[in-house]
Design a protein around this ligand. Structure first.
Ligand code: UDX
Length: 448
């Protein structure tokens, strides 16, 4: 059992805290948001994440997971202090470190014995040094001779599978220059590190870059495949066949080569941009990253372009049924979601949207409020009523095998715009609907 304190009860902080408590540690989560802390104490989870609510409730009830706004006793409690607060992009796309450094200062003001300070937030290369300095400045200000170490330990959890990723990590990256700190983290992660050693120990800067490199690589795979889809449309090839053709090469692999309406979420868009900015600030132009970003931006306009083509640009007064609002399945997260670009583009030309998402309706309402051109529906089939065509934006499992005959009957101008290539063009066409996909179906005709 170890004593752990975590600053920040967002995605990363809350999941990490709950999983560490699940392994028997005593975890205190600190947040400045009083209302949020009160809700967490009642077992109410502010985000939709499978498995999170039960693990939080169980460990809170078991006395291993506490929530507080009071930093001082939480710091005094800890052998390990995690920093898991947000690093939102500032105007130029760089990660804004003010929250991370504010927590570092708080730690410095209250630390009274050796602890390991762990950066879990995704932070630019060099942040471990800045955190060390911010803690040290506060310690010096009160003449406290307390030892501490700073470690970079980036998180690789995927939304929708975060608890599982956290409990069963495929690697644990520890960036540390002190053997004492590495020993503490080895002990903390021992229950997550059974059967074979998943811990990769390196220096802080390499650990910080590892996180960005992982996300940038994945984003690159997606943009690459979207580019191939765009080429497929022009040359009359089916990108889904091409995908299977290349995925069978183990050096390429089947993962993360699904073309679609662009990637969203809190990580890829932000991290690709931030890495580009970091490179730029060191005098290097990361051209590949710039292209990954540009392809994605264009890909997010794709569904609108196809719908507009279908209606010969006459979209005013049309109603589009939209399945899927969240940036990906199993989450209610709408950050950088492709659905937003599509809805906003449709509204700007006077079209209306009837949308369904299994989880993100409330979040959509919070973002856009009540408006005449948006109806949030309780069921997927409700979204079709009174709509002209259907656009599928998120690959929720529930959308995978719909009743095409029923869709055809409900739509005024039967057509499906499949933003995630979920359906076979022939099956949809046989049911009497026009089919547009990404790099396949009628999308191929558009460029001719
Ligand atoms: C990602 C990383 O996977 C995770 O390791 C990291 O810690 C945080 O960022 P997440 O943002 O939760 O996780 O989402 P992910 O499942 O990776 O999907 C990102 C986006 O890419 C989604 O919008 C998804 O629809 C899209 N995507 C994914 C594709 O368009 N094609 C693919 O082949 C895969």
């Amino acid at each position: 059992m170890m004593k752990v304190t975590i600053f920040g009860t967002g995605y990363v902080g809350l999941v990490t805290g709950a999983c560490l408590a699940e392994m028997g540690n005593h975890v205190v989560c600190v947040d400045i948001d009083t209302a949020k802390v009160e809700r967490l104490k009642r077992g109410e989870i502010p985000i939709f994440e499978p498995g999170l609510e039960s693990i939080v409730r169980r460990n809170h009830a078991g006395g291993r997971l506490d929530f507080t706004t009071d930093a001082a006793p939480a710091i005094a409690h800890a052998e390990v202090v995690f920093i898991a607060v947000g690093t939102p992009p500032d105007e130029d796309g760089s990660a804004d470190l003010q929250y991370v450094l504010a927590v570092a200062g708080t730690i410095g003001r209250h630390l009274d014995r050796y602890a390991v300070v762990v950066n879990k937030s995704t932070v630019p290369v060099g942040t471990a040094d800045r955190v060390r300095e911010a803690v040290a400045v506060e310690l010096a200000a009160r003449h406290a001779a307390v030892e501490f170490d700073v470690v970079s330990n980036p998180e690789f959890l995927k939304e929708g599978a975060a608890v599982d990723d956290c409990l069963r990590p495929d690697r644990i990256i520890v960036g540390a220059s002190s053997t004492r700190a590495v020993a503490v983290l080895r002990k903390l992660y021992a229950p997550f590190n059974r059967n074979h050693d998943r811990m990769v120990v390196m220096d802080e800067r390499s650990a910080e870059l590892t996180k960005y490199a992982a996300n940038a690589m994945l984003a690159t795979k997606i943009s690459f495949m979207n580019e191939i889809a765009n080429i497929a449309e022009r040359v009359g090839a089916d990108v889904e066949l091409v995908r299977q053709g290349i995925g069978s090469d183990p050096r390429i692999g089947y993962h993360f080569i699904y073309p679609g309406a662009g990637y969203g979420g809190s990580c890829f868009p932000k991290d690709v941009q931030a890495l580009e900015r970091t490179a730029h600030s060191y005098g290097y132009e990361a051209r590949l990253l710039g292209a990954v970003e540009a392809v994605n931006r264009q890909q997010k306009t794709k569904l609108f372009e196809l719908i507009s083509y279908h209606f010969n640009g006459a979209l005013a007064g049309k109603t589009i049924a939209l399945w899927g609002l969240a940036f990906k399945p199993n989450t209610d997260d709408m950050r950088e979601a492709s659905s937003r670009q599509l809805m906003e583009a449709l509204w700007s030309v006077g079209a209306k949207v009837r949308a369904f998402d299994p989880e993100a309706r409330e979040e959509t309402h919070r973002l856009y409020g009540d408006r005449d051109d948006l109806v949030l529906c309780e069921h997927a089939s409700d979204a079709l009523h009174g709509a002209d065509v259907l656009a599928v934006v998120t690959e929720w499992k529930a959308f995978r095998s719909p009743d095409f005959a029923a869709i055809r009957a409900a739509l005024a101008k039967p057509a499906i715009f499949d933003g995630r290539n979920l359906y076979e063009p022939a099956t949809v066409e046989e049911a009497g609907l026009a089919y547009y996909g990404i790099g396949r179906g009628r999308s191929l005709q558009m460029r001719r």
